[in-house]
Design a protein around this ligand. Sequence first.
Ligand SMILES: [Zn+2]
Length: 651
Amino acid sequence: MSCAPSISIKTVRRNIRQILAQLTSKEPITAVAWADEFFKLSPESSYTSGDWETDPFQIAILNAMGCDDVHEIYLYKGARIGYTKMLLAAMFYLIEHKRRNVGFWREDDKAIEKFVATELDHALRDCKKLHPIFPSVGKKGPGNTVNLKTFIGATLRCQGGQSAGNYRGDSVDVAIGDEINAFVTNLQGKSGKEGSPWPLMFKRTNGSAWPKKILGTTPTKTGESHIERLSKKANHHLRFHLPCPHCGEEQHLEWTSREASYGFKWDNRDPDTARYRCRSCGDDFTHSDYLELARQGIWKDPDTGVWTRNGLDYFDHRNQPIRARRICFYVPGYLSTRDPWRNMVQRWYDDKDDPLTRQAFFNTDLGVDYTPATGEKLDHSLLIDRRERWMAQVPAGGLYLTSFTDVQTSSRLETTTVAWGEEEEYWVLDHVIHPGDPSQQEVWNNLEKYLRQPWMHESGVELRISRMGVDTGGHNWDEVIDFASRFPPHQVIPCKGSSVYGDPIANYHKTTKGKNIGTWLCHIGTDSGKETMFSRYKQPRQGTGPQPRYMHLPIADWCNEKWAKQATNAIKVLVDNGRKLQFVFKMRSSTEGDEALDCLVGNLAMIRLSKQMFALDLKTLAQSMQQLIKGKAQRTNKPRRSRAGRVTGGV
Ligand SMILES: [Zn+2]
């Protein structure tokens, strides 16, 4: 009789299987291919159970989750996009195919328990591919608890993210945070608060040969949103682009305002007519068209042109291959293939009037953080405090002069003159008011005299204003066009403000409509200009040398509290126009006026226009200024005096 310990044949077979599973070298396979073959949808947590099939828009996301080259993934997710399933499939792939140790966090212990009970355990049961390396499948024990699943060659740790202790322990290869906007901002540790959870979570992947972080969430409120801050670390902000079935123009779908020429459209509050209007040709396509078009979709950063089709290979805008380490996906709910757009339009009408449900619509259908109306204002003392004493009318760094004149119907012209240096460092030289009725010639004559005067540069060289913008805003179009004809072409620029948020600061073109068809006109994106100006106001002075984009102000009579209040008299407000939240600038105080700010923005438009349309190069100008100064110095050493040199750029 044999005395060998009795092991059942079944156990022996299982052990052999497990060892083989570990030893067998595998054909590389992508996360999508793996998931399509092995991942299953569990009946308890899915509308349809059975085989998983990756949707076209999910392909790049799921592959990126499984790909070693992509180190950080941030994700804004709407509802019904299958995110939890993608995450489970990616985790299983990383564990089974790549034997990675995975750490998974939710906002607290309760959330993690629920996730394990309602999603993870069912998915582990139904994904048979994992069973050979998961001995404890279906039975609780030390290798299969809520917080720890032990596989052969890998572990999966699931933790609540509310306390610092839950971020300590063994290192992992992959750190996953789900619903990260629900996480605390300041962790509770044993000895008090320990700050943000993310550095601790990220630290857990230190030392891994394949460190990876995946952080996704349904958005919440702007300013209180973890993903808003974290996603700034991403280098590529990818949106799902598809070709228009009519004109072929590649575009990502946007929820726009009712007036917009493109976006989701429907008739008479009827969700059944929901469709998408192409931004290029204006033709419509439906959700079922979308299902077809999505097969040709790519993920692309609309700002840089960087794109990927499969989430593994990335290209720049010239289609040259690049490495993408940190990426952010924006996945609004309307990309869902299972939720037709008619449902979204119906929810819009159901949700839009109650602030709470309205936020939910923005978060889950549009996949964006919600911003209730707020404003940003600037203190005028920011400007008063920066005034400095100059040695000449135009300090040494100022090279190219522009002016902008604001026309106040029936009362006055207000003009600001600015000297620009290298890299748009600028000195506001003067702000002057010419009183008088702009429909009469006298005030224009005074302006002409002002604009033609020389300005003494610190070097002793005389400068002239090279580009002069004049607002045609009110009722004085004819006078402005007349006035411009007193100067060489393109020196005085008729301007018109455009307050569509996001418009370019300067857009110079011939008019195509109206009685003055064919006249050159500069459209000034006033909101973009104000935004730029405000960010420059906030820039502190660093040292005493050149400082790109810094605004210098003089100690001068005009540069007083009244002017500073006008120059800061705007407030950025988020306005709800009925369909869409959008930023606009509004006057903060209607009693103080904002002519000073308009004139500064106008000058910014003039320098931009000079650079873009008239090839102004401030660097070259700086060099010629140096030579001129040198030449002048040599001449003044001679006994006979010579006329001061002149420098004008542009035309
Ligand atoms: Zn089109």
